[in-house]
Design a binder for this molecule. Structure first.
Ligand code: DHB
Ligand code: FE
Length: 452
Protein backbone atom coordinates (compact mmCIF):
# COMPACT_ATOMS: atom_id res chain seq x y z
CA UNK A 1 0.00 0.00 0.00
CA UNK A 2 1.57 3.26 -1.05
CA UNK A 3 0.79 5.24 2.07
CA UNK A 4 3.24 7.80 3.29
CA UNK A 5 4.70 6.38 6.51
CA UNK A 6 8.07 8.11 6.86
CA UNK A 7 8.13 7.25 10.56
CA UNK A 8 8.68 3.53 10.12
CA UNK A 9 12.47 3.87 10.35
CA UNK A 10 12.59 5.85 13.57
CA UNK A 11 14.26 3.39 15.95
CA UNK A 12 12.44 2.10 19.01
CA UNK A 13 9.30 4.08 18.10
CA UNK A 14 5.76 3.11 17.13
CA UNK A 15 3.57 5.82 15.61
CA UNK A 16 -0.09 5.32 16.45
CA UNK A 17 -1.71 5.75 13.04
CA UNK A 18 -5.02 4.61 11.57
CA UNK A 19 -3.73 1.08 10.93
CA UNK A 20 -2.42 0.73 14.48
CA UNK A 21 -5.66 2.12 15.85
CA UNK A 22 -7.70 -0.39 13.87
CA UNK A 23 -5.54 -3.26 15.12
CA UNK A 24 -5.60 -2.05 18.70
CA UNK A 25 -9.20 -0.94 18.97
CA UNK A 26 -10.43 -3.42 21.60
CA UNK A 27 -7.15 -3.51 23.48
CA UNK A 28 -7.33 0.26 23.89
CA UNK A 29 -11.03 0.19 24.76
CA UNK A 30 -10.27 -2.42 27.43
CA UNK A 31 -7.63 -0.04 28.84
CA UNK A 32 -10.18 2.80 28.87
CA UNK A 33 -12.53 0.67 30.94
CA UNK A 34 -9.94 0.72 33.73
CA UNK A 35 -10.76 4.37 34.35
CA UNK A 36 -13.70 3.16 36.43
CA UNK A 37 -12.95 1.93 39.95
CA UNK A 38 -15.43 -0.96 39.72
CA UNK A 39 -13.78 -2.25 36.57
CA UNK A 40 -10.30 -1.99 38.10
CA UNK A 41 -11.50 -4.03 41.04
CA UNK A 42 -13.02 -6.71 38.83
CA UNK A 43 -9.87 -6.84 36.67
CA UNK A 44 -7.63 -7.20 39.72
CA UNK A 45 -9.85 -9.90 41.20
CA UNK A 46 -9.75 -12.09 38.10
CA UNK A 47 -7.70 -10.88 35.13
CA UNK A 48 -8.55 -13.74 32.82
CA UNK A 49 -12.27 -13.43 33.39
CA UNK A 50 -12.19 -9.67 32.86
CA UNK A 51 -10.05 -9.94 29.72
CA UNK A 52 -12.43 -12.56 28.35
CA UNK A 53 -15.17 -9.91 28.30
CA UNK A 54 -13.29 -7.94 25.64
CA UNK A 55 -13.10 -9.12 22.01
CA UNK A 56 -9.33 -8.71 21.88
CA UNK A 57 -6.97 -11.08 20.11
CA UNK A 58 -5.35 -13.80 22.20
CA UNK A 59 -2.02 -12.10 21.58
CA UNK A 60 -3.32 -8.83 23.01
CA UNK A 61 -4.57 -10.64 26.12
CA UNK A 62 -1.19 -12.35 26.51
CA UNK A 63 0.62 -9.00 26.19
CA UNK A 64 -1.61 -7.49 28.89
CA UNK A 65 -1.05 -10.44 31.22
CA UNK A 66 2.71 -10.16 30.68
CA UNK A 67 2.51 -6.37 31.24
CA UNK A 68 4.83 -6.12 28.24
CA UNK A 69 4.07 -2.65 26.88
CA UNK A 70 6.32 -3.02 23.82
CA UNK A 71 4.40 -6.13 22.91
CA UNK A 72 1.07 -4.46 23.60
CA UNK A 73 2.04 -1.56 21.33
CA UNK A 74 3.03 -3.96 18.58
CA UNK A 75 -0.53 -5.28 18.68
CA UNK A 76 -2.03 -1.79 18.35
CA UNK A 77 -1.88 -0.41 21.89
CA UNK A 78 -1.27 3.28 22.41
CA UNK A 79 0.68 4.57 25.40
CA UNK A 80 -2.04 6.92 26.65
CA UNK A 81 -4.50 4.03 26.75
CA UNK A 82 -1.97 1.52 28.12
CA UNK A 83 -1.20 4.01 30.85
CA UNK A 84 -4.57 3.12 32.41
CA UNK A 85 -3.25 -0.43 32.85
CA UNK A 86 -0.04 0.90 34.39
CA UNK A 87 -2.03 3.19 36.66
CA UNK A 88 -4.13 0.21 37.79
CA UNK A 89 -0.85 -1.45 38.79
CA UNK A 90 0.20 1.72 40.62
CA UNK A 91 2.96 2.64 38.17
CA UNK A 92 4.02 6.16 37.22
CA UNK A 93 4.53 7.25 33.62
CA UNK A 94 8.27 7.17 34.27
CA UNK A 95 8.10 3.57 35.42
CA UNK A 96 5.99 2.62 32.39
CA UNK A 97 8.27 4.37 29.89
CA UNK A 98 11.35 2.93 31.56
CA UNK A 99 9.90 -0.60 31.43
CA UNK A 100 10.09 -0.51 27.63
CA UNK A 101 13.79 0.36 27.45
CA UNK A 102 15.40 -2.70 28.98
CA UNK A 103 16.94 -0.50 31.67
CA UNK A 104 16.39 -0.85 35.40
CA UNK A 105 14.10 1.67 36.99
CA UNK A 106 17.03 3.31 38.74
CA UNK A 107 19.16 3.47 35.58
CA UNK A 108 16.31 5.01 33.59
CA UNK A 109 15.68 7.59 36.30
CA UNK A 110 19.37 8.44 36.40
CA UNK A 111 19.43 8.83 32.63
CA UNK A 112 16.54 11.31 32.84
CA UNK A 113 18.22 13.24 35.64
CA UNK A 114 21.34 13.32 33.50
CA UNK A 115 19.46 15.18 30.72
CA UNK A 116 17.62 12.28 29.05
CA UNK A 117 18.46 10.00 26.17
CA UNK A 118 20.54 11.57 23.41
CA UNK A 119 19.00 11.94 19.96
CA UNK A 120 22.43 11.35 18.45
CA UNK A 121 22.50 7.94 16.78
CA UNK A 122 18.80 7.49 17.49
CA UNK A 123 17.21 9.26 14.54
CA UNK A 124 17.20 6.43 12.03
CA UNK A 125 17.31 2.65 12.27
CA UNK A 126 20.87 1.39 11.75
CA UNK A 127 22.68 4.29 13.39
CA UNK A 128 24.91 3.64 16.37
CA UNK A 129 22.67 5.00 19.16
CA UNK A 130 21.46 3.29 22.32
CA UNK A 131 17.78 2.85 21.29
CA UNK A 132 18.25 0.70 18.22
CA UNK A 133 17.14 -2.72 19.36
CA UNK A 134 13.98 -4.15 20.88
CA UNK A 135 15.53 -3.47 24.26
CA UNK A 136 12.97 -5.24 26.34
CA UNK A 137 11.35 -8.41 25.19
CA UNK A 138 9.61 -10.49 27.82
CA UNK A 139 9.88 -14.28 27.89
CA UNK A 140 6.14 -14.47 27.29
CA UNK A 141 6.53 -12.42 24.08
CA UNK A 142 9.48 -14.57 22.92
CA UNK A 143 7.49 -17.76 23.42
CA UNK A 144 4.52 -16.26 21.62
CA UNK A 145 6.66 -15.23 18.66
CA UNK A 146 8.21 -18.65 18.28
CA UNK A 147 4.77 -20.14 17.92
CA UNK A 148 3.66 -17.31 15.62
CA UNK A 149 6.67 -17.97 13.36
CA UNK A 150 5.51 -21.50 12.78
CA UNK A 151 2.01 -20.33 11.92
CA UNK A 152 3.42 -17.68 9.61
CA UNK A 153 5.45 -20.25 7.71
CA UNK A 154 2.30 -22.23 7.06
CA UNK A 155 0.44 -19.09 5.96
CA UNK A 156 3.22 -18.10 3.54
CA UNK A 157 3.02 -21.51 1.92
CA UNK A 158 -0.74 -21.09 1.48
CA UNK A 159 -0.22 -17.60 0.09
CA UNK A 160 2.32 -18.81 -2.45
CA UNK A 161 -0.26 -21.25 -3.70
CA UNK A 162 -2.76 -18.42 -4.25
CA UNK A 163 -0.19 -16.03 -5.78
CA UNK A 164 -1.16 -14.03 -8.83
CA UNK A 165 -4.85 -14.19 -8.08
CA UNK A 166 -5.00 -11.05 -5.99
CA UNK A 167 -2.98 -8.26 -7.53
CA UNK A 168 -4.14 -4.82 -8.61
CA UNK A 169 -5.59 -1.65 -7.19
CA UNK A 170 -9.07 -0.65 -6.06
CA UNK A 171 -10.91 1.50 -8.59
CA UNK A 172 -14.01 3.65 -8.61
CA UNK A 173 -16.40 2.41 -11.28
CA UNK A 174 -19.44 4.60 -10.75
CA UNK A 175 -21.14 7.22 -8.61
CA UNK A 176 -24.76 7.15 -7.48
CA UNK A 177 -26.78 10.10 -6.20
CA UNK A 178 -30.12 9.89 -4.44
CA UNK A 179 -32.32 11.74 -1.99
CA UNK A 180 -33.11 10.05 1.31
CA UNK A 181 -36.40 10.56 3.13
CA UNK A 182 -37.50 8.73 6.31
CA UNK A 183 -41.01 8.30 4.88
CA UNK A 184 -39.53 6.24 2.01
CA UNK A 185 -38.09 3.87 4.61
CA UNK A 186 -41.42 3.72 6.40
CA UNK A 187 -43.24 2.97 3.11
CA UNK A 188 -40.85 0.04 2.54
CA UNK A 189 -41.02 -1.20 6.13
CA UNK A 190 -44.84 -1.11 6.13
CA UNK A 191 -45.38 -2.63 2.69
CA UNK A 192 -46.80 0.51 1.07
CA UNK A 193 -44.61 0.77 -2.00
CA UNK A 194 -47.46 -0.15 -4.38
CA UNK A 195 -49.80 2.52 -3.03
CA UNK A 196 -50.62 5.26 -5.58
CA UNK A 197 -48.69 7.89 -3.61
CA UNK A 198 -45.48 5.81 -3.57
CA UNK A 199 -45.70 3.76 -6.76
CA UNK A 200 -44.29 6.44 -9.13
CA UNK A 201 -41.33 7.00 -6.82
CA UNK A 202 -40.34 3.35 -6.55
CA UNK A 203 -40.84 2.93 -10.31
CA UNK A 204 -38.04 5.42 -10.83
CA UNK A 205 -35.66 3.06 -9.01
CA UNK A 206 -36.58 -0.11 -10.91
CA UNK A 207 -33.84 0.47 -13.49
CA UNK A 208 -31.41 1.22 -10.66
CA UNK A 209 -32.09 -2.04 -8.84
CA UNK A 210 -31.38 -4.04 -11.98
CA UNK A 211 -28.30 -1.88 -12.67
CA UNK A 212 -27.04 -2.62 -9.14
CA UNK A 213 -27.46 -6.35 -9.77
CA UNK A 214 -25.49 -6.06 -12.99
CA UNK A 215 -22.84 -3.77 -11.49
CA UNK A 216 -22.57 -4.99 -7.91
CA UNK A 217 -19.49 -3.39 -6.31
CA UNK A 218 -17.34 -4.89 -3.57
CA UNK A 219 -17.64 -1.72 -1.53
CA UNK A 220 -19.80 1.39 -1.47
CA UNK A 221 -18.23 4.55 -0.10
CA UNK A 222 -21.47 6.15 1.07
CA UNK A 223 -21.57 9.89 1.78
CA UNK A 224 -24.54 10.86 3.94
CA UNK A 225 -25.48 13.02 6.86
CA UNK A 226 -26.40 11.94 10.33
CA UNK A 227 -29.63 13.68 11.44
CA UNK A 228 -29.09 14.30 15.17
CA UNK A 229 -28.98 10.52 15.56
CA UNK A 230 -25.49 9.26 16.29
CA UNK A 231 -24.05 12.76 16.80
CA UNK A 232 -25.88 15.10 19.14
CA UNK A 233 -24.68 18.59 20.06
CA UNK A 234 -21.98 17.02 22.22
CA UNK A 235 -19.79 16.32 19.19
CA UNK A 236 -20.20 17.90 15.74
CA UNK A 237 -17.61 16.57 13.30
CA UNK A 238 -17.61 18.20 9.88
CA UNK A 239 -16.44 15.05 8.09
CA UNK A 240 -16.42 11.67 9.87
CA UNK A 241 -15.45 8.30 8.39
CA UNK A 242 -16.81 5.05 9.82
CA UNK A 243 -13.96 2.58 10.28
CA UNK A 244 -15.85 -0.10 12.21
CA UNK A 245 -16.60 -3.68 11.23
CA UNK A 246 -20.36 -3.13 11.52
CA UNK A 247 -22.87 -0.31 11.79
CA UNK A 248 -26.23 -0.99 13.38
CA UNK A 249 -29.38 0.76 12.19
CA UNK A 250 -30.19 3.49 14.69
CA UNK A 251 -33.42 4.04 16.60
CA UNK A 252 -34.53 7.50 15.44
CA UNK A 253 -37.49 7.47 17.80
CA UNK A 254 -39.72 5.06 15.88
CA UNK A 255 -37.66 1.98 16.81
CA UNK A 256 -34.71 0.76 14.69
CA UNK A 257 -35.62 0.08 11.05
CA UNK A 258 -35.92 -3.65 10.31
CA UNK A 259 -32.98 -3.62 7.91
CA UNK A 260 -29.75 -5.64 8.02
CA UNK A 261 -26.69 -4.51 9.93
CA UNK A 262 -24.34 -2.64 7.59
CA UNK A 263 -20.96 -4.36 7.19
CA UNK A 264 -17.96 -2.07 7.02
CA UNK A 265 -14.46 -2.51 5.60
CA UNK A 266 -12.05 -1.44 8.37
CA UNK A 267 -8.83 -2.01 6.39
CA UNK A 268 -9.92 0.14 3.44
CA UNK A 269 -11.60 2.74 5.67
CA UNK A 270 -8.49 3.26 7.78
CA UNK A 271 -6.36 3.39 4.63
CA UNK A 272 -8.64 6.12 3.27
CA UNK A 273 -8.56 7.96 6.60
CA UNK A 274 -4.78 7.96 6.67
CA UNK A 275 -4.40 8.93 3.02
CA UNK A 276 -7.01 11.70 3.12
CA UNK A 277 -5.66 13.20 6.34
CA UNK A 278 -2.20 13.18 4.78
CA UNK A 279 -3.78 15.15 1.93
CA UNK A 280 -4.71 17.78 4.56
CA UNK A 281 -8.38 16.94 5.07
CA UNK A 282 -9.03 16.57 8.78
CA UNK A 283 -11.42 13.63 8.93
CA UNK A 284 -12.86 12.48 12.24
CA UNK A 285 -12.43 8.74 12.67
CA UNK A 286 -15.46 6.98 14.10
CA UNK A 287 -15.20 3.43 15.37
CA UNK A 288 -18.67 3.38 16.90
CA UNK A 289 -21.50 4.56 14.69
CA UNK A 290 -25.19 3.83 14.36
CA UNK A 291 -26.58 4.75 10.97
CA UNK A 292 -29.87 6.52 10.35
CA UNK A 293 -32.25 6.91 7.41
CA UNK A 294 -29.64 9.02 5.60
CA UNK A 295 -27.67 5.82 4.96
CA UNK A 296 -30.23 3.02 5.11
CA UNK A 297 -32.90 4.51 2.83
CA UNK A 298 -30.51 4.90 -0.14
CA UNK A 299 -29.42 1.26 0.36
CA UNK A 300 -33.08 0.15 0.22
CA UNK A 301 -33.77 2.25 -2.87
CA UNK A 302 -30.93 0.60 -4.77
CA UNK A 303 -31.02 -2.91 -3.28
CA UNK A 304 -34.63 -3.41 -2.22
CA UNK A 305 -35.00 -5.31 1.04
CA UNK A 306 -32.51 -8.22 1.07
CA UNK A 307 -31.79 -10.34 4.15
CA UNK A 308 -28.17 -9.09 4.05
CA UNK A 309 -26.75 -6.06 2.25
CA UNK A 310 -24.87 -7.56 -0.71
CA UNK A 311 -21.65 -5.55 -0.31
CA UNK A 312 -19.59 -3.68 2.23
CA UNK A 313 -20.23 -0.03 3.02
CA UNK A 314 -17.90 2.69 4.31
CA UNK A 315 -19.96 5.57 5.73
CA UNK A 316 -18.76 9.14 5.47
CA UNK A 317 -20.85 11.56 7.52
CA UNK A 318 -20.96 15.26 6.62
CA UNK A 319 -22.31 17.89 9.00
CA UNK A 320 -25.15 19.71 7.25
CA UNK A 321 -27.14 20.36 10.43
CA UNK A 322 -25.25 23.15 12.22
CA UNK A 323 -23.71 26.02 10.30
CA UNK A 324 -21.14 26.55 9.04
CA UNK A 325 -21.42 23.40 6.95
CA UNK A 326 -18.62 22.64 4.48
CA UNK A 327 -18.73 24.37 1.11
CA UNK A 328 -19.52 22.57 -2.12
CA UNK A 329 -15.99 23.34 -3.30
CA UNK A 330 -14.48 21.77 -0.16
CA UNK A 331 -16.62 18.69 -0.69
CA UNK A 332 -15.58 18.53 -4.35
CA UNK A 333 -11.90 18.68 -3.35
CA UNK A 334 -12.46 16.03 -0.67
CA UNK A 335 -13.96 13.75 -3.32
CA UNK A 336 -10.76 14.09 -5.33
CA UNK A 337 -8.66 13.19 -2.29
CA UNK A 338 -10.89 10.17 -1.62
CA UNK A 339 -10.42 8.97 -5.21
CA UNK A 340 -6.63 9.12 -4.78
CA UNK A 341 -6.94 7.26 -1.48
CA UNK A 342 -9.13 4.50 -2.89
CA UNK A 343 -7.01 4.05 -5.99
CA UNK A 344 -3.88 3.58 -3.87
CA UNK A 345 -5.34 0.59 -2.04
CA UNK A 346 -3.57 -2.58 -3.15
CA UNK A 347 -6.56 -4.84 -3.59
CA UNK A 348 -8.49 -5.10 -6.85
CA UNK A 349 -11.84 -3.88 -5.54
CA UNK A 350 -14.77 -2.47 -7.47
CA UNK A 351 -15.77 0.62 -5.49
CA UNK A 352 -18.79 2.87 -5.98
CA UNK A 353 -19.15 6.24 -4.33
CA UNK A 354 -22.59 7.50 -3.44
CA UNK A 355 -23.76 11.02 -2.61
CA UNK A 356 -27.08 11.20 -0.77
CA UNK A 357 -29.56 13.74 0.59
CA UNK A 358 -31.38 16.63 -1.10
CA UNK A 359 -32.92 17.77 -3.39
CA UNK A 360 -35.08 20.80 -2.62
CA UNK A 361 -36.84 20.62 0.71
CA UNK A 362 -37.51 22.74 3.75
CA UNK A 363 -38.63 20.99 6.94
CA UNK A 364 -39.00 24.03 9.17
CA UNK A 365 -40.82 27.31 9.71
CA UNK A 366 -43.59 29.00 7.76
CA UNK A 367 -41.69 28.32 4.51
CA UNK A 368 -41.79 24.51 5.08
CA UNK A 369 -42.75 22.52 1.99
CA UNK A 370 -40.71 24.62 -0.43
CA UNK A 371 -39.92 22.77 -3.68
CA UNK A 372 -38.05 24.21 -6.66
CA UNK A 373 -38.17 21.60 -9.42
CA UNK A 374 -36.64 23.89 -12.01
CA UNK A 375 -33.65 24.70 -9.83
CA UNK A 376 -33.23 21.00 -8.93
CA UNK A 377 -33.17 19.94 -12.57
CA UNK A 378 -30.69 22.64 -13.47
CA UNK A 379 -28.56 21.36 -10.56
CA UNK A 380 -28.64 17.84 -12.03
CA UNK A 381 -27.66 19.19 -15.50
CA UNK A 382 -24.72 21.09 -14.08
CA UNK A 383 -23.64 18.33 -11.69
CA UNK A 384 -23.26 16.08 -14.73
CA UNK A 385 -21.63 18.55 -17.10
CA UNK A 386 -19.84 21.17 -15.03
CA UNK A 387 -19.47 20.11 -11.40
CA UNK A 388 -16.39 22.23 -10.63
CA UNK A 389 -18.23 25.44 -11.44
CA UNK A 390 -21.43 24.31 -9.71
CA UNK A 391 -19.48 23.44 -6.57
CA UNK A 392 -18.61 27.11 -6.01
CA UNK A 393 -22.25 28.05 -5.49
CA UNK A 394 -22.61 29.71 -2.06
CA UNK A 395 -24.75 28.21 0.71
CA UNK A 396 -27.21 31.08 0.58
CA UNK A 397 -28.28 30.04 -2.93
CA UNK A 398 -29.23 26.56 -1.69
CA UNK A 399 -31.18 28.00 1.22
CA UNK A 400 -32.99 30.61 -0.85
CA UNK A 401 -33.70 28.45 -3.90
CA UNK A 402 -33.86 24.87 -2.58
CA UNK A 403 -35.03 25.35 1.01
CA UNK A 404 -33.04 25.18 4.22
CA UNK A 405 -32.60 21.39 4.06
CA UNK A 406 -31.69 21.55 0.36
CA UNK A 407 -28.17 22.20 1.71
CA UNK A 408 -27.81 18.39 1.93
CA UNK A 409 -26.92 18.60 -1.77
CA UNK A 410 -23.35 19.72 -0.97
CA UNK A 411 -22.67 16.06 -0.14
CA UNK A 412 -23.17 15.08 -3.76
CA UNK A 413 -19.96 16.90 -4.68
CA UNK A 414 -17.89 14.41 -2.70
CA UNK A 415 -19.12 11.62 -4.97
CA UNK A 416 -18.84 13.77 -8.10
CA UNK A 417 -15.28 14.87 -7.23
CA UNK A 418 -14.18 11.22 -7.11
CA UNK A 419 -15.11 10.59 -10.76
CA UNK A 420 -12.44 10.06 -13.41
CA UNK A 421 -13.24 13.13 -15.56
CA UNK A 422 -12.35 15.44 -12.67
CA UNK A 423 -8.86 13.94 -12.90
CA UNK A 424 -8.53 14.37 -16.67
CA UNK A 425 -10.37 11.19 -17.67
CA UNK A 426 -13.35 10.85 -20.01
CA UNK A 427 -16.77 12.25 -19.13
CA UNK A 428 -18.98 9.80 -17.24
CA UNK A 429 -21.89 8.02 -18.88
CA UNK A 430 -25.29 8.97 -17.49
CA UNK A 431 -26.77 5.51 -16.94
CA UNK A 432 -29.93 6.79 -15.25
CA UNK A 433 -31.64 10.04 -14.28
CA UNK A 434 -34.87 10.40 -12.32
CA UNK A 435 -36.76 13.20 -10.61
CA UNK A 436 -40.01 13.06 -8.68
CA UNK A 437 -42.08 15.31 -6.43
CA UNK A 438 -43.02 14.70 -3.67
CA UNK A 439 -41.76 12.20 -1.13
CA UNK A 440 -43.05 13.62 2.13
CA UNK A 441 -41.61 17.17 2.06
CA UNK A 442 -38.91 16.51 -0.49
CA UNK A 443 -38.11 16.56 -4.20
CA UNK A 444 -36.40 13.27 -4.99
CA UNK A 445 -33.48 13.34 -7.43
CA UNK A 446 -31.45 10.36 -8.57
CA UNK A 447 -28.49 9.88 -10.92
CA UNK A 448 -26.19 7.02 -11.83
CA UNK A 449 -22.91 8.06 -13.47
CA UNK A 450 -20.53 5.40 -14.78
CA UNK A 451 -16.83 5.92 -15.27
CA UNK A 452 -16.04 5.07 -18.89
C1 DHB B 1 -37.55 14.55 5.13
C2 DHB B 1 -36.46 14.66 4.29
C3 DHB B 1 -35.16 14.51 4.80
O1 DHB B 1 -34.03 14.62 4.05
C4 DHB B 1 -34.97 14.24 6.13
O2 DHB B 1 -33.72 14.05 6.57
C5 DHB B 1 -36.07 14.13 6.99
C6 DHB B 1 -37.35 14.29 6.48
C7 DHB B 1 -38.94 14.69 4.60
O3 DHB B 1 -39.13 15.06 3.44
O4 DHB B 1 -39.88 14.41 5.34
FE1 FE C 1 -32.10 14.45 5.31
Amino acid sequence: MSLDKPYLDVPGTTIFDADQSRKGYWLNQFCMSLMEADNRARFKADEDAYLAEWPMTDEQRAAVRARDLNWAMRTGGNIYFLAKLGATDGLSFQQMAGSMTGMTEQKYRDMMIGGGRSVEGNRVVGEGGDAQGPASHSDAWKAWEEQAQQQLAAAVEAQDAAKGQKTGQARITASVYTSHVPAIGAAIDHGKTEEPYWQPLFKGYEFSKQWMKDNLPDVIFLVYNDHATNFDLGVIPTFAIGTAQEFEPADEGYGPRPVPVVKGYPELASHIAQSVIQQDFDLTIVNRLKVDHGLTVPLNLLFGSPAEWPCKVIPLHVNVVQYPVPSGARCFALGQAIRRAIESFDTPLNVQIWGTGGMSHQLQGPRAGLINAEWDNRFLDRLIADPADLSTMPHIDYVREAGSEGIELVMWFIARGAMADVNGGPAPKVAHRFFHVPASNTAVGHLILENQ
